[in-house]
Design a binder for this molecule. Structure first.
Ligand code: CAA
Length: 446
């Protein structure tokens, strides 16, 4: 069967930086360690006044097309995943295609366009749609462009304000991909939950503590469902485990539970038995409470073992390096986790061709999905082309007062037109105001 998967990837980070330890924590009268250690975040990337989900997505897609020498004729569908959309009818993909048509000869009239919504998991769902379209033989030799783009902003004063971020990831999905093949096997954990939602409002209503529990519960179901089709997972099967990363501390929790699950009934559990005992089994307890308590004690001990820590340092920690600097990008989050892990592997000179990743996506509301990916021959060239380190380093570091202003600029309910842009656009798409029907207008700045 011909391989189908991710052929190319490009990332665009919002151009402003809100330093959480230096700027945000003092303004909130909180300890910087809550952010750097507890949540695992150093900074949020923020959109400048002329940036939004369209400009960030179009800029990532444009760079991808330029680097790979593509024309509109090479793209048969454009799917945008976002939970920051500003229109209930006209999809963001039409705006992004309109931007790209400003800089290319030819157009995207032949391309099927849409917008995917299921909180943060819709980026991965868009990969699925592209995969299925190609597998069904409907692509006529063309590739799909998937763009995951969000301004992940919370209402001022909401606990989630600490985990904001803004950025876009563009991915090209093709036959015989250069970067990664997607597995046919997938697992789902999906339930009607009210942990995080935006009922016709820009900023989310969040039950933060519950959202953490729902993430863990749905991920567990998805892993078990994945194993029901792909067979049992083992820590040695996967070189990296990119998970949806609302903040790195969330993934620290999920990784420990995933490791505990994967080592059950394996030689690792046996080997660790002298040190931490064997995992409690429910049938050995009179009540659920006793079992849960015993499992909690075992998990605390497992976390301290060198087996677990070595696995975490090799497989999970590298996937959190970009997220730590940019915050939550919602639909793009798991895709920057993957890029982060691969960038680290490239820098370490690791030979990963043929190796596998275990990818865990999540969207509130709620659904988790797990699949595997296999690294292809040209993964190193693709990852070496990423410019995310330069983008992170060149962001404008804003003061708390500037943050308040720029948050207002992006608040749909506020009129804050008088705020000057903080950076100068250069060879990129910018937002330039509204048209007569309330549509947003964009322009390419040379
Ligand atoms: N030193 C070290 N650690 C510290 C500390 C200090 N001085 N102060 C606090 N901490 C630790 C806390 O112990 C806690 O860690 P643990 O959970 O491991 O105990 C961590 O820092 C955060 O502190 P709090 O729990 O007190 O933080 P909070 O209540 O203000 O907010 C949050 C945390 C609820 C997750 C909030 O950021 C939030 O609502 N975020 C948005 C929702 C979210 O991201 N949920 C994640 C799952 S849902 C999802 O994944 C979808 C999505 O993208 C939104």
């Amino acid at each position: 069967m011909t391989a189908v998967g991710i052929d190319a990837i490009e990332i665009h980070a919002g151009k402003l930086k809100l330093d959480l330890a230096e700027t945000f924590a003092p303004a909130k009268n909180e300890s910087p360690e809550k952010y750097t250690k507890g949540l695992g975040l150093a900074a949020s990337s923020f959109p400048d006044t002329y940036e939004d989900i369209v400009t960030m997505g179009a800029n990532a897609a444009h760079r991808l097309m330029e680097r790979r020498g593509l024309t509109p004729q090479d793209i048969g569908r454009i799917d945008v995943a976002t939970e920051s959309s500003f229109d209930n009818s006209k999809p963001v993909s039409t705006y992004i295609a309109g931007c790209l048509e400003q800089v290319y000869d030819g157009d995207f009239h032949h391309a099927n366009k849409g917008e995917r919504k299921f909180a943060c998991i819709s980026g991965t769902q868009s990969l699925d749609d592209a995969y299925n379209w190609i597998r069904a033989g409907r692509n006529r030799g063309r590739s799909a462009l998937v763009v995951a783009t969000d301004t992940a902003l919370y209402a001022r004063g909401d606990a989630g304000e600490a985990t904001q971020g803004a950025g876009a990831v563009a991915m090209l999905i093709s036959e015989n991909p250069r970067l990664l093949e997607l597995s046919t096997e997938q697992g789902y954990g999906s339930a009607d939950e009210t942990d995080f939602l935006k009922p016709n409002q820009q900023f989310p209503s969040v039950d933060g503590k519950r959202s953490v529990q729902v993430y863990l519960a749905r991920m567990r179901e998805a892993l078990e469902d994945f194993e029901s089709v792909a067979g049992d997972t083992h820590p040695d099967d996967f070189v990296l485990g990119p998970f949806h990363t609302p903040f790195p501390g969330m993934v620290r929790k999920a990784a420990l539970l995933a490791y505990r699950h994967m080592i059950r009934d394996t030689e690792i559990e046996e080997r660790l038995a002298d040190e931490v005992g064997r995992q409690p089994r429910p049938e050995a307890f009179d009540s659920d409470e006793e079992y849960v308590e015993a499992m909690g004690d075992y998990t605390d001990l497992l976390k301290e073992t060198s087996d677990y820590q070595n696995w975490y340092d090799a497989t999970i920690a590298p996937t959190l390096e970009i997220s730590r600097e940019v915050g939550n990008w919602y639909t793009g989050s798991v895709h920057i986790a993957r890029a982060s892990g691969l960038k680290h592997a490239l820098e370490e000179g690791m030979d990963l061709t043929g190796e596998r990743l275990l990818v865990g996506s999540y969207g509130s509301g709620a659904q988790a999905e797990i699949h595997a990916e296999t690294l292809q021959d040209e993964w190193e060239e693709e990852i070496a082309a990423l410019t995310i380190d330069e983008q992170i380093a060149s962001r404008r570091d804003i003061t708390y007062e500037e943050y308040e202003h720029v948050h207002d600029v992006h608040n749909h309910d506020k009129q804050a037109d008088d705020v000057e842009e903080f950076t100068t656009p250069d060879a990129e798409f910018v937002f330039e105001g509204w048209g007569r029907m309330g549509e947003r207008k964009y322009r390419y700045v040379e």
